[in-house]
Structure formats: structure tokens, C-alpha cells
Write a protein that binds this ligand. Sequence first.
Ligand code: ADP
Length: 485
Amino acid sequence: MKVLFLSSEVFPYSKTGGLGDVAGALPSALNDAGAEIAVISPSYRSVRDGGGKYSPVIDDIRVPLGAEELSFGLLSAESANGVKILFVEREDLYDRPNLYRGSRGDYYDNLERFAFFSWSSLIAAKSIGFRPDIIHCNDWQTGLVPALLKGPFAGDSFFASTSSIFTIHNMGFQGLFPSHKMGLTGLSEGQFYHPQGLEYWGNISLLKAGIVYCDAVTTVSPTYSREIQQPEHGRGMEGVIFRRRDRLYGILNGVDYRLWNPSDDPYLPSKYSLMNLDGKALCRQALTREMGLSEIDQEAPVLGMISRLDHNKGVDLVVSVVEKIIGRGGGLVVLGKGEPSLEDALKRAMQKYPGRISVRFEVDERLAHLIMAGCDIFLMPSRYEPCGLTQMYAMKYGSIPVVRRTGGLKDTVSEFDPSSGRGTGFTFDAYEAGAFSEAIVKAFRTYGDKKARETIIENGMKEDFSWNRSAESYLKVYRELSGHD
Ligand code: ADP
């Protein structure tokens, strides 16, 4: 089984969120399960500056896009765990400080950038003779690929036995562009720009292109696969998804325990495991010192959050429970970057409670690991959450998750029941301050009860969300499509 895995970000080379983690881990789990994988991603500035070693595969490959013929180079990274990792290099499109947006919003030429990436990926596969049984596309940035296979590449014998699967990591990002830019896609307007195609209320939607033209759609948790067929979470695409429901699969993301494991985490000042949790207390000390949480009650929990600061992540709910946390002697650390209005709200809370609330508005891998280990309770009150990875990391690090029962959060965190001793965290349903606050109070209460605390931490640390289970589920879909063993 040969799989071409296309992703606009891949950890450790590039990452803005969970997609990067998935693309960094799933291919090697698929490789372990017996598939042959090549990953292709754009060569952003972060890729070139990341210190990895790259070798040119082909210098000058031509892409006939619109009226022009553009060229790109193909680079290869040192193979990681048997997975071939390739980068499409073209400075004017990808050599920028960020992946998708600058300080003034989305890059104006994102359609050019990702249409080019989609075309280049197919042409690169041909150029190196990697004939895939499956092309696995991820999110709107690669949504054009299934359409290209049904359009300009339909008669290409190289892809005659190739099927495409399209994974939705977030329905909120729809890859919308004005219709007059259709020429940049290289697709025929008559064949593709209509309501049954990639037209979406007068715009081009690359997310819709992926959903409509792929051979199977997957999304990143079973609950989210049901939610996106409904108006609340379908974000206007619920009808489009519903029409594909026979070929829609919800496959939970996994955790790369090679990177996220407190017993072997190079970022931690002290490592620990379920057998000996002393190191967690040292990590908490290091975290509170580094973040300046000097005024908290030593017996009270430190609450943590690591997140893109986006409206779906529930930052407004976190701000609404600040008084409750402070009133009980707790502390709060947040690591996140994003919406200025959400950053402002957190800044105000931090200024009001110095020494008790500390926020960093940056992206910092090391600090993310330290917060995961050093906090006691981890917050994820998302409005919606396709899968969510950090709640799974939190459980492994012995931090008690408090989550809203939506999407993958519902599939991974179970409510703790003190009488049976079962459950891994605290959950709530309604998106409102009162419901979240009640869940937080329960978490504080459990934290204050040594026996209950030890039980819930043990339950969480024993959970196993390894990628190999998800990889098997993807392979099953690949086999159904390709007829291969
Ligand atoms: P999403 O994909 O919606 O961003 P996930 O929970 O699936 O959410 O994945 C988020 C990933 O991004 C995690 O690996 C998390 O640690 C990381 N992350 C988010 N914000 C930051 C940040 N400011 N600094 C470092 N890592 C971050």
C-alpha cells in the first residue's frame, strides 16, 4: 500500500496546531503498520531555519498553472522512522515568517499558495515515480487535490488506480476565495464551479472541493463526524457532509508518546511516571517560579491552558471563572497566541491578579511541555473541538482535564465518579459560565481530596491513545478504497 500524505504543516518542521502534530506522527504509525508513505509539505521559512538537513531531489519541476508555467524545487528531509518527507520549495510563495497569515490577516495569495502546492504535490509524485494507491489530503489547503484527480489529472495513467481521502481537521477553516480567482485553481469553471461542486454561496471553497470530490471523507473523532452533519457544527456545510455520509468516517487522533511522555521528556526539569510522581511536584515548582505565580496557595491547584487563542477555544469562559479560581487560592497559567480581543481579555485578568494569573502570548514548545507537567488541572472548555490533542497529553502528564462535552473531548475524557473511582476528568454540556464553573468546582474538590486525586490521576495516566489504533482504522479505509491488502 503506497500512500502519499499531503499536509500544509508537519511537526517538527512546521506547526500551528493539531494538524502539524498529526502529520508528524500518523505517517510513521502507518509505516509501522506496513504502508509505504511519502509526506509532502511546503518548505516554509520555519522548515529551512529549523536546523534539519535537506537534500535537493529535483531542482526544477514545471507546473502548468493557468496561463503560466511555474517551477519549483523538491527537497527531501532525512527520513524519519522510515517515512519519506518532501518539501515543495518556492521562495516567493512559502518563505515567510508564518504559515498562513501575517499581522494584517490571512496572506492575500493563499489561494495561489495552496493551489500551487496541490498541483506541485501531484507532479512531484510523478517526477519521483511514487505511484500512490491512496492520496491522503488534509484540510482545505489540500482540498483541491481530489478535484484535480477528477479534472486535469483524470486521464493521467499514472494516477489511474489512485483513490483520494480527505480528512477534515476543522470545519471552521473553509478555504474561501472570491469566484473571480477560479482561474488560479487550474480547474475548468464549467466542470467544477457550481453548487454540486466547489462553489459555496458565490465563493470558491477548497474545503468543499475536498469533501465533494474525494473518494472518502474522514474527520478526527467519531462524535465530530456526527456533529458536522448538524447545523450547529456543520458551519453551513452540514448538507454537503450529509450527502457524503456513506463515505464518512470518524477516526480519533492519537498521541505521539515519543514526544509527549513525562517519563522521557527532555523539556522537563524533572521526569516522572505513575510509579513516582515526585517529579511532577518539581515541575509545578519550576512552572510557578518561571511564570511568577508567587501569590498562590501552595495547597491549591494550578490550572493550565495551552491553545491557539481562537473563539472556538472557550477563552471567554476561562476569563469568566477567574474569580472562582482566585477565590479558592488557585493559580492560572495560559500559553496562547491569536485573536487580539482574546489576548486583551487575558491581559486584563493577568493585570488584575498579578502573582496568580500569568499568560504568555507566544508559541513555545518547551513551555507547552512544562505547563502540561506543572499544572494540576487542564482547561479545555471549547465551543467545538474536532478532536483536541492537549486533553490527551494532559491525562498522560497527570493533569486533570476539565472539558466541554463536544467532539473529540467527549470521546476522550470521561466524567469522574468519586463513588466508583472511575473517570478521567470533569465535563460540562452547556456553553455557559455557570456550567463551566460547576465543573471547575468539582475539579477543585477532587484535587483537595488526596485519595480521589490519586485515583483520577492514575486513571488518566493509564489511558492509551497511541497512534497505532488510529493507523489501523485509516488502513482499513485505504483498503476499502483501493482493494489492496
Ligand atoms: P488545534 O489543532 O485546534 O490547535 P489541538 O489540541 O488539536 O488544537 O492541538 C494543539 C497543538 O498545538 C498542541 O500540540 C499544543 O501543545 C500546541 N499549541 C497550541 N498553542 C501553543 C502555543 N502557544 N505554544 C506551543 N504549543 C502550542
